[in-house]
Design a protein around this ligand. Structure first.
Ligand SMILES: [Zn+2]
Length: 240
């Protein structure tokens, strides 16, 4: 299936935490979106393979993505080796995305940095016609990095004010992973399962939203610079 936007994460929930609002917004505009988790999240403190897969399915439904799948690369041991790159090249060639979303290379969880490198390398290698996977070569138009734990200076912010409740629902699909009111698993708690983590996440979205004159935003970075075609269209609705 050909996709406009394909997002990669190391673990089920990585993409939703960083970019669910942007993906919901794109899907509601009629764009074909997809999400791929490189691992099944088997090293997570909470949840089982079955619950994590069911949560990933539920969150994907909330985001309205047209394609979602989990690869079976090893959680906690991701590295940019040939097996990982080839698995991602196959997905890129299969779905031929214009835009690829991926984690920023520097992050607290080593799998996030490894995913960034794997996807970045695969997006380039996927365009090489002599690299044979039995598929047509394809190189995406742009790689767009999303923000996980560690902050970076973003290139732009997507206004997700109208989609904040959809994002909340996508996150709460991960009942074993994030704070969900009224649900208290027996397993040990984690930082991201705390109510405070949700407060931090929503504070960050409010912060970046404020910087573009909106209520909530998700920050992203590209390697080059963002072109502004029309100053009035881009900034005319703000109040200085
Ligand atoms: Zn993760």
């Amino acid at each position: 299936m050909k996709l406009d936007i394909l997002a990669f994460g190391a673990h089920p929930d990585d993409i939703e935490l960083a970019a669910a609002g942007t993906l919901v917004k794109a899907a509601k505009r009629g764009l074909a979106t997809g999400v791929i988790s490189l691992t099944r999240g088997e090293m997570g403190t909470r949840g089982t393979l079955e619950t994590r897969a069911a949560e990933f399915d539920d969150a994907s439904a909330v985001m309205g993505v047209r394609w979602h799948t989990m690869l079976s690369l090893p959680d906690g041991r991701l590295c940019p080796d040939e097996a990982a790159r080839t698995a991602v090249i196959r997905e890129i060639r299969e779905h031929r995305p214009r835009i690829v979303l991926l984690p920023w290379p520097e992050d607290r969880h080593p799998d996030h940095g490894a995913t960034s490198r794997i996807v970045q390398d695969a997006a380039f290698l996927s365009g090489l016609s002599k690299l044979d996977t039995g598929q047509q070569p394809h190189r995406p138009a742009e790689l767009v990095y999303y923000m996980s734990s560690w902050e970076f200076e973003p290139s732009f912010v997507v206004d997700i004010s109208e989609h904040i409740e959809d994002k909340r629902r996508a996150l709460q699909a991960y009942r074993t992973q994030v704070y969900t009111p009224g649900f208290q698993p027996a397993e040990p708690s984690t930082f991201i399962a705390s109510e405070h983590f949700m407060e931090l996440l929503f504070s960050r979205m409010a912060h970046y939203g404020h910087l573009i004159g909106k209520k909530y935003g998700e920050p992203f970075r590209i390697r080059g610079m963002l072109e502004v075609r029309d100053l009035v269209e881009s900034f005319g609705e703000r109040t200085y």
